[in-house]
Design a protein around this ligand. Structure first.
Ligand code: AMP
Ligand code: MG
Length: 423
């Protein structure tokens, strides 16, 4: 049996990042920048007010206090999006809104809460404002380039475009960015027993579940998914589907037919078409796993000749399929999308009830429910049934505890745990 670390490095070394392309920044969320971004504009672009209030010369209100307010004539008003060319003189105030450009001559803003307007606000120039608090030069003023200075390096290559990164790109007018694109992944399931049309089950039939699950897991990983449906256990049919998938996709994920059974057609077909490695990995569940590179016939679908498409042959048992995807396919697909942080975060969790097992030469990936305890640590409990066909119990898991070969973990003991989604 193969060590999981060896299986993973075999796969990862054959799944390089896709070629970068330029996209609109709006389409870049979740993707990885392939090129650094330098700011071409400053943010904010001009000196502006941080509050609603009155722009003043700070020295004019140096003596102001609640007991001894200073009264200034209001000589104008400027709102966000507006502009005034009136130059403020000492002893004057201009009413100003948050984000409005500072009038020339003003060096501070008194916030409206520290003021009282005397008289009628509508009569421009006719009213007085009473200022109850002194300010210093620069108070409540936001400098041009306070956030981003034009010419500075904003993001290095490799940055993941999260929502706030997208916001910054918009703020500096970086309308096009070079990113590693989403991996376009074809997903299919194989098996004569599978149906997914909702019709009554005939003897021997089961409802298809893996493809639906993997489709969602691929989308969650940031992939673009092409659903190829159920392919019957028929070599010619499967060969045709796989070849056309290779011509139009960056990767292929199959479920079923990779173990030792007589009807394991995935094995028969891929052995002929692709450079495959059929693995028996020392893990439970998900021992059988296949990986290979499927050559694309030159020029097919307008695709460059010599391209090779990674194929992930996941086992058919639903829990095995999911665990196999998590351990081997997901990291590789993330790497193809330019991510360097490709593994799920793993923490040393506390196994509240213990996770007993028997020695069998395999690492056990136990599906658990993880939650933060009052001690600030992650605590885990088995979700129950751990059979590789028992997806219902696994569906309650938000983490996978990694229990090394041996007798397992005693109650209260530490266990490395991959977090799928916590909190
Ligand atoms: P296989 O790997 O094809 O030998 O399948 C192993 C087990 O998983 C069998 O019990 C299959 O019926 C089941 N199975 C295979 N593919 C799927 C699927 N797409 N959805 C649900 N169960 C499946
Ligand atoms: Mg099968």
């Amino acid at each position: 049996m193969l060590d999981i670390a060896e299986a993973r490095s075999h796969v990862l070394s054959r799944c390089p990042a896709l070629a970068p392309r330029a996209v609109s920044y709006r389409d870049a969320v979740g993707l990885v920048l392939a090129e650094l971004v330098v700011a071409v504009e400053s943010v904010p672009p001009f000196v502006n007010s941080a509050v609603d209030g009155y722009a003043v010369v700070a020295a004019s209100v140096a003596g102001a206090s609640a007991d001894g307010p200073v009264q200034l004539p209001v000589v104008g008003e400027v709102a966000a999006g507006g502009y005034t060319d009136r130059v403020l003189q000492p002893g004057e105030a201009i009413r100003i809104m948050t984000g409005a450009p500072m009038p020339a001559g003003a060096d501070a803003v008194v916030m409206v809460e520290d003021t009282e307007l005397l008289g009628d606000r509508s009569t421009d120039g006719g009213s007085l404002v009473s200022i109850r608090r002194a300010v210093r030069a620069g108070d409540a003023v936001r400098g041009a380039g306070d956030d981003v200075r034009a010419g500075t390096l904003l993001f290095p290559a490799g940055t993941v475009v999260r929502p706030a990164v997208l916001g910054v790109l918009a703020s500096v007018n970086a309308r096009e960015v070079r990113v590693v694109p989403r991996v376009r992944v074809a997903v299919l399931s194989t098996g004569d027993e599978l149906i997914d049309d909702g019709s009554p089950l005939q003897p021997g039939q089961i409802r298809e579940s893996n493809r639906t699950m993997l489709h969602a897991a691929l989308a969650e990983a940031g992939c673009e998914v092409v659903d190829l449906g159920i392919v019957r256990d028929d070599e010619a049919a499967l060969a045709g589907v796989l070849q056309s998938a290779a011509a139009t996709c960056d990767a292929i994920v199959t479920s079923g037919g990779v173990s030792m059974g007589d009807y394991d057609v995935v094995k028969a077909v891929l052995s002929q078409l692709a450079d495959m490695r059929w693995m028996q990995i020392a893990i439970k569940p998900a021992k059988p796993f296949a990986f290979g590179l499927l050559p694309v016939p030159g020029g097919a679908g307008g695709v460059a000749a010599g391209r090779q498409v990674p194929v992930f042959g996941l086992p058919g048992n639903p829990v095995s399929s999911l665990v196999s995807f998590e351990l081997l396919a997901r990291p590789a697909l993330r790497q193809m999308m330019g991510h360097t942080d490709i593994q799920r975060p793993t923490v040393a969790a506390v196994a509240d009830d213990g996770l007993p097992r028997r020695p069998d030469g395999k690492t056990h990936y136990v599906r658990v429910f993880a939650a933060f305890g009052d001690d600030g640590r992650v605590h885990v409990r088995s979700v129950g049934a751990q059979g590789s066909h028992q997806l219902a119990a696994t569906s309650l898991a938000n983490a996978i505890a990694v229990v090394a070969d041996g007798d397992g973990i005693a109650a209260g003991g530490p266990v490395p745990t991959m977090l799928l989604s916590v909190g």
